[in-house]
Design a protein around this ligand. Structure first.
Ligand code: FAD
Length: 317
């Protein structure tokens, strides 16, 4: 696998090749800035950036990376990503186009494309008087990112509402697995660490609209009471078994601690916010400082929840 950035000449050649094979409404760019495509607003450029409109274009792009030994990375709404300032070599594939955004409800089953917003899924479920999905209302990600991260809130998580997932492998082939065949952990779906989610069928339960509204309202109020509004990637650390990460960081006296443009939120200890112009290095130094203090003062190992995208994190075939 090539882990160095591609030369400008090579990039132009690859872009031409993509344009020849992919349909016009698939977006293809070179040296595309990524910071504004993440909620953290941190990171450099992607050598090659594409937003495929169809599964066929996605499949061609993945097969092309494989044949040319180019690393690639998939992203959704960028709400759980920390991208290095030097940018990412190879291909960044963002599932954000309308071709992947459909949501269809049939009985208790909700078919969702990978780029559908989790918030829109909650709204569709409500419209169809289905309960059990209210917790995704305030999670600012896509279905694909939510599945990969086994996103959760209010004591519930994605794995509890999944019926099946359609996904693509590194040969660009499509498969489907039912929930029983999938392995989920806290904030992870094992399969999607190395495969691309295309869509999922989620399951709701028949419910009363007033109760669904009440659940959504509670979830909304709780979230905005505890969560900072500034740019962030959500919770930086997974909660250790013994204590919530935010509480631990608060007890370590690290709320408000600042390195460069990155600061531990005053509102929630497990959020690092970008106070303006934070670099990847600023955030990483703050993460490392918190991890060191958690270990030296409390003997607790804090593991990151945010997906740190550096060269090593790139997928390859
Ligand atoms: C203010 C704020 C609040 C948040 N609150 C919560 C919360 O309550 N609960 C929670 O769990 N999270 C929360 N998050 C984190 C984040 O929103 C979730 O993890 C979300 O599911 C990420 O989705 P995304 O589309 O933004 O994924 P991205 O950030 O784009 O990607 C995250 C990971 O998923 C992978 N990925 C993305 N799409 C696909 C795909 N189609 N197939 C395979 N892999 C894919 C990426 O490669 C990456 O590893 C919060 C974030 C913010 C900024």
């Amino acid at each position: 696998m090539k882990t160095q950035h591609i030369s400008d000449n090579e990039k132009d050649g690859i872009q031409d090749e993509f344009k020849k094979h992919l349909q016009p409404d698939t977006l293809i760019r070179v040296n595309e800035p990524l910071a504004q495509k993440t909620t953290f607003r941190v990171g450099g450029v992607a050598d090659i950036y594409i937003e495929p409109q169809t599964e066929k274009d996605l499949s061609w792009s993945i097969s092309f990376s494989r044949q040319n030994k180019l690393p690639f990375q998939v992203m959704g709404r960028g709400s759980n990503l920390l991208i290095r300032d030097e940018g990412l070599p190879g291909l960044v594939i963002c599932l954000s186009r309308t071709g992947f955004a459909k949501i269809n409800v049939e009985g208790p089953q909700i078919y969702c494309g990978a780029s559908a917003r989790l918030r829109n899924v909650a709204i569709e479920a409500r419209k169809n008087q289905l309960t059990g999905l209210e917790f995704v209302e305030g999670i600012p990600g896509s279905v694909g990112g939510g599945l990969r991260m086994n996103a959760g809130a209010m004591g519930s998580m994605m794995s509890e509402i999944i019926h099946s997932i359609r996904f693509m492998d590194h040969d660009g082939e499509i498969h489907e697995k039912k929930k029983e065949e999938l392995e989920f952990q806290y904030r992870a779906c094992a399969l999607l660490k190395s495969h691309v989610a295309l869509s999922a069928i989620l399951i709701g339960q028949p419910g009363k609209i007033e109760e669904i509204d009440q659940n959504m309202k509670l979830s909304h109020l709780k979230r905005w009471d505890s969560q900072p509004a500034a740019s962030s990637a959500g919770c930086i650390f997974k909660n250790p078994e013994t204590i919530p990460a935010g509480k631990l960081i608060e007890e370590l006296g690290l709320k408000g601690k600042k390195i460069g443009g990155a600061a531990v939120s005053d509102k929630h200890g497990n959020f690092i916010v970008n106070t303006g112009g934070a670099s990847f290095r600023d955030v990483m130094e703050l993460i490392e400082l918190i991890q060191q203090q958690a270990m030296s003062k409390r003997g607790i190992r804090l593991e990151t929840e945010v997906q740190i995208l550096d060269r090593e994190a790139m997928l390859c075939s």
